[in-house]
Design a protein around this ligand. Structure first.
Ligand code: SF4
Ligand code: SF4
Length: 369
């Protein structure tokens, strides 16, 4: 018993040193129900173009395939919420919260997990450890739920009692046997279905079942091809990611705010630290005028936007421009009809058509032909 207490003490001390907000332990066993759900989800093709999810699927649900001899999984959480939780305004450019004003969390998280993992192997001899942020092979949310860090909501996010779903997850798989902790009490969705009702593309097909192919987060970040025409209006003004199904969640209304200092050790372009700028037409204009991948990489250095690449982000910006109904953007879109990327040319043409439609009560002035 004395040994158990000291193992937990050391782990919690290491987590505190890295300023993680949450830390829990899960056994490294196969979670049978989650495995079956995952295999069916793949079979339905709901992973879209994320082919890596299809590759060696056993690595997603069997931790021993990743680290032979693994006994425990340490789940770490970093809160990224902001106060107040409110529904995004579709007259402005919208960006998922994790990407707003912050450097790429993978870099911040990786640094912390790497130091944590090193200290762990120094504290306990002859153990192995491997760490991952969300690009790792393991399905981390089911293990986070198994560790009792929170519960999985109908919107498929992990909902924690402290921070709601505004939590980024990372994990350390280790051959160290760590006794499980006392389960925490947390809520449930009950009869609520706000996330299902608000999802503009009906990506949440039913409770707990997210079809990535329809999800705005997937379409604007992971998807590298065209955005299906029938979904473009529903994307509204989401430029990068989507938070709607989290913004409406009653558990997030009660969530604590995050501590911004955790993100400050990696620098980003000063404009990108400004929320007002990120939701402005000026930001959209800036994106629509980025000429090369190199220019894009310099402007968005150390930020999550890099993941979309120049072509992907301009594609998204065209859709937002078309849906915002602001005709100031027409010349910017017209310049893109000569872009070397066919994807950009096609999305720019779509946005131009949208902006030239009769105004239907929009505030923009009429076009002078
Ligand atoms: S992120 Fe947006 S599009 Fe995706 S499920 Fe949630 S509300 Fe729907
Ligand atoms: S919005 Fe309601 S149904 Fe959806 S995850 Fe939150 S509590 Fe559950």
């Amino acid at each position: 018993m004395h040994f158990d207490v000291s193992v937990h003490k050391i782990i919690h001390k290491l987590a505190y040193e890295q300023s993680f907000d949450l830390i829990r332990i899960s056994k490294a066993s196969v979670l049978q129900k989650d495995k079956e759900f995952y295999l069916q989800w793949l079979k339905n093709g709901e992973q879209g173009e994320m082919a890596y999810l299809d590759r060696d699927p056993e690595r997603r649900y069997n931790p021993a395939k990743i680290l032979p001899g693994v006994k425990s999984i340490i789940i770490a959480g970093l809160n990224y919420g902001e106060k107040p939780t409110k529904i995004s305004d579709n007259t402005k450019v919208n960006i998922a919260r994790y990407a707003k004003n912050k450097p790429d969390y993978h870099k911040v998280f990786e640094k912390k997990l790497s130091t944590f993992s090193e200290s762990l192997t120094q504290n306990f001899s002859k153990i192995n450890a491997k760490f991952y942020v969300d690009y790792g092979p393991l399905m981390e949310r089911p293990y986070a739920a198994a560790s009792s860090m929170g519960f999985i909501g109908k919107n498929t996010t992990l909902i924690t009692p402290q921070f709601g779903s505004w939590v980024l997850l990372g994990e350390i798989l280790t051959t160290l046997e760590i006794p499980e902790e006392t389960p925490q009490k947390h809520g449930s969705c009950g009869s609520c279905r706000k996330c299902l009702d608000i999802c503009p593309t009906k990506a949440l097909k039913s409770a707990y079942d997210l079809d990535s192919r329809l999800c705005i987060s997937y379409l604007t970040i992971e998807n590298k091809g065209p955005i299906p025409v029938k979904l473009r209006k529903q994307i509204g003004t989401w430029l990068f990611g989507c938070d709607l199904c989290q913004e409406v969640c009653p558990h997030n209304v009660r969530a604590q705010a995050y501590v911004p200092q955790k993100w400050q050790d990696i620098t980003i372009e000063p404009d990108l630290k400004n929320s007002m700028y990120l939701s402005s037409i000026a930001f959209l204009k800036k994106i629509l005028t980025i000429k090369s991948e190199q220019e894009f990489k310099i402007f968005f250095k150390n930020t999550p936007f890099l993941r979309a690449k120049r072509v992907g982000l301009i594609r998204n910006a065209c859709i937002v421009a078309g849906n915002l109904g602001n005709r100031e953007l027409l010349p910017y879109l017209e310049n893109l009809t000569n872009d070397e990327s066919e994807l950009i040319r096609e999305h720019a043409a779509w946005a131009i058509d949208e902006l030239k439609k009769p105004l239907h009560g929009r505030n923009s002035p009429p076009i002078v032909q």
